[in-house]
Design a protein around this ligand. Structure first.
Ligand code: GTP
Length: 359
């Protein structure tokens, strides 16, 4: 049996306003909650029991995912009274695991989309007889992440979380948010206070001489914690750039969910998903975007790389480019909202009120 802990308790502040009423893992990507893709990938890798470590808006997960049987998994929910951070949450969730002390336990951040060969990571973990094995990926701008240099054998040499000085950037390998832990290593994490696995547990293990092994993998990887990357992830899932068994349809340039209405003369593409009950009017052009359930895009609006919240309305001829429109917002006609613009849930913007703004 292979068990996994999935960390889904963060507040998702970088993804606000989408995460005001919905925890980040439940925000839909390619037509289903983002978490559904992670569960499907875990199952495909042979995981049969997943413990969801919940905290923020914990109550919304179980009504959707239930006991997991519809997803081919057994799901257990463990909720923290107070957020315990990534390490504390792993330790807290471990109470629901049945693995023995030497067994490997997979741990996944709830906001990563990756094509990683999870089974391969577990094999490398066993082969290295490591205490913890980390998935590492290479990025062009590593400064915003946790850096993890390794030696020629893959042994981790250091952890530098979000380096402040240029000379600290000694590698382009970053912590990709997927780990195999030996069970007893989890049990040694303090259970009574918040702990960061990245800032405390991993550096502490290294200082104590533990064997931390890094597996550098070049497959698809995206941290969906920011709006632009979340929209990108959804589009990549729709287009099949990264494959997920949970996408409700075949790969293509768009995904239109049952009950959506696309008027003749509207154009949708670039991996756009149109949610159930949403309406795209004639002449509208929607590319590489997420249009959630019940939203309306009016005539001749142009929407690119944006997220339109559920039941939001985008007025005629309005332009969205890299914008996030909160649920139930109403954007009047002839507005222009570009890179970084975020409209809070339920906001009303009159006609022609905003031109080219990062709100
Ligand atoms: P930001 O607020 O935008 O940074 O997002 P976040 O709250 O998700 O934090 P971060 O991206 O650092 O978290 C990485 C992963 O750990 C995500 O999957 C979070 O859901 C999860 N996580 C972070 N803190 C906690 C916590 O206190 N408890 C639990 N159960 N999960 C957590």
């Amino acid at each position: 049996m292979t068990e996994a802990v999935l960390l889904v308790g963060g507040k998702g502040t970088r993804l606000q306003p989408l995460t005001i009423n919905t925890p980040k893992p439940m925000v839909p990507a390619a037509g289903v909650p983002f978490l559904a893709h992670q569960l499907a990938r875990a199952r495909a890798a042979g995981v049969d029991h997943v413990v969801l470590a919940t905290s923020y808006l914990a109550e919304v997960f179980e009504p959707y995912f239930g006991d997991g049987s519809a997803h081919g998994l057994r799901l257990t929910y463990v909720t923290e009274d107070e957020p315990l951070g990534t390490g504390g949450a792993i330790r807290h969730a471990a109470r629901a695991l049945t693995s023995g002390p030497s067994d490997p336990v997979l741990v996944l951040n709830g906001d990563i989309l990756t094509g990683l060969d999870i089974r391969g990571l577990l094999l490398r973990h066993e082969r290295a007889q490591a205490d913890v094995t980390l998935h590492l990926t290479r990025v062009a701008s590593p400064g915003a992440y946790g850096l993890v240099p390794t030696d020629a054998d893959g042994r981790v040499l250091a952890f530098t979380e979000k380096p402040q000085r240029p000379e600290e950037i000694v590698t382009d390998q970053i912590n990709a948010g997927c780990y195999a832990f030996r069970r007893e290593v989890i049990d040694a994490i303090p259970g009574d206070r918040p702990v960061s696995v990245e800032r405390e547990t991993f550096p502490g293990l290294l200082a104590d001489g533990a064997l931390l092994h890094g597996v550098v993998d070049a497959s698809y990887w995206l941290d969906v914690g920011r709006p632009a990357s979340f929209v990108q992830a959804s589009a990549d899932l729709v287009r099949g750039v990264v494959r997920s068994p949970a996408v409700p349809g075949e790969p293509g340039e768009h995904l239109v969910l049952p009950g959506a209405r696309i008027e003749p003369g509207a154009r949708i593409g670039g991996g756009t998903v149109v949610g159930s009950g949403a309406h795209i009017a004639a002449g509208a052009d929607v590319q590489g975007s997420v249009v959630l359930d019940g939203a309306r895009i009016e005539a001749d609006a142009r929407v690119r790389a944006s997220m339109v919240g559920s039941r939001a309305r985008v007025g005629p001829r309005t332009v969205l480019d890299g914008a996030v429109i909160g649920d139930h917002s109403r954007i009047g006609a002839d507005n222009e909202l570009r890179e970084g613009a975020r409209i809070w849930c339920g906001t009303a913007i009159p006609d022609a009120a905003i031109r080219f703004s990062a709100v």
